[in-house]
Design a protein around this ligand. Structure first.
Ligand code: DX5
Ligand code: ZN
Length: 219
């Protein structure tokens, strides 16, 4: 069984001190960097684009988990591969030809992820689950950090886990949105493998300790 991972989301970092915050994550017990790319079309917010991600990637020393909240993500698969993304996640709702998108991500040498909005049922992935390395269940509506966790997520994790097991797949389950030290344990107990945490880490008094504590809670 794979160990459980914490992926701090840089969306909640201090953008005027990005290098400092990235070095903090490098030196912490965090496992991955979670990078949120928003286009102002698929979601009602714009985060940051290629020049910023390029600058980030010069300093990050852990797995780069890139979450694309953009329409027609196929256009940028090679760009994100060139930038050093290790996991590239596209939204189910943003892909007309999801199977083709997954193949493109893998052909570019990355792990392929699919994110599901809160209203999108896990069973829609049944016919492609074997081709997915990671499913990101959105536990808030995508677009903003700092939102309240949607409780229905626990049930959805269980349904997704059953789908993965029934198909003999090795897919990781990632939870994104509203993760904190109160729900982290229950999420991994329900079957989650990777927990994204933005505000809870970066808005805390001591982010390094907060990450350490989250790791302890889910160990
Ligand atoms: C939301 C993003 C999340 C966000 C999580 O659209 O996908 O990754 O940064 O932030 P918190 O942990 O603050 O909910
Ligand atoms: Zn995200």
């Amino acid at each position: 069984m794979q160990y459980k991972k914490i992926a701090p989301s840089l969306l909640a970092a201090d953008f005027a001190n990005l290098q400092r915050d990235i070095e903090m994550v490098n030196a912490s017990e965090a496992d991955w960097f979670h990078i949120d790319i928003m286009d102002g079309v698929f979601v009602p917010n714009i985060s940051f684009g290629m020049p910023v991600l390029q600058a980030m990637a010069r300093h990050t020393q852990k797995t780069l988990d890139v979450h694309l909240m953009i329409v027609d993500p196929d256009r940028y698969v090679q760009t994100f591969a060139d930038l050093g993304a290790d996991v590239l996640t596209v939204h189910y709702e943003a892909c007309t030809h999801l199977h083709r998108s997954l193949q493109a991500i893998k052909n570019a040498g990355m792990k392929a992820g699919v994110a599901l909005n809160p209203h999108t049922p896990a069973h829609l992935l049944e016919d492609v689950i074997q081709d997915i390395d990671l499913v990101c269940l959105m536990s808030v509506n995508p677009g903003f950090g700092g939102q309240a966790f949607i409780e229905n997520t626990y049930d959805k994790i269980k349904k997704l886990k059953t789908l993965i097991n029934d198909n003999g797949a090795q897919t990781l389950i990632e939870i994104d949105g509203g993760v904190n030290d109160k729900n982290a344990k229950a999420l991994v107990d329900a079957g989650a493998d990777v927990l994204v945490a933005g505000s809870f880490v970066f808005k805390s008094d001591n982010p390094t300790d907060t990450i350490k504590n989250l790791k302890k809670v889910i160990a």
